[in-house]
Design a protein around this ligand. Structure first.
Ligand code: ZN
Length: 128
């Protein structure tokens, strides 16, 4: 399921190093012959390059703000957007201002108004 946080555990495993990528209920296991410090460093580099984009917020909102029949559960606030930003380390005030440019003043309006006119590939502004 998209929009969930991925967790990485890197541990020594016998004479090798093992990385566990945990994503919802899925676990991927990778083994390396490099020492643990080197594996950690390479994973950090990898994740610094993966910047969250507006597409992830849009995907998440499609699931969070609507019920199974597609009806909006929005309470006319951006509380779900704010929760997403807190989880993802994103600057909520900057996102709020950007969304308002596209006519999204509450969570469901991201789907109704913003999604078709905004560039969802642009990265989300990270908290400083
Ligand atoms: Zn709404």
């Amino acid at each position: 399921m998209r929009g969930q946080n991925k967790r990485i555990i890197i541990e020594e495993y016998g004479i090798r190093t093992r990385a566990l990528e945990i994503f919802g209920t899925e676990i991927a296991v990778f083994e390396y012959s490099h020492p643990i410090e080197r594996v950690k460093k390479e994973f950090l580099k990898l994740y610094e390059e993966v910047k969250p984009t507006y597409a992830e917020l849009v995907d998440w909102m499609g699931v969070e703000a609507f019920d199974a029949k597609g009806n909006s559960k929005c309470d006319t606030t951006l509380k779900r957007t704010q929760a997403f930003c807190e989880k993802a380390g994103v600057d909520f005030e900057a996102v709020k201002a950007e969304l308002e440019n596209y006519g999204a003043y509450c969570d469901c309006e991201i789907i109704y108004n913003a999604i078709d006119i905004m560039d969802t590939d642009q990265p989300l502004p990270l908290r400083g």
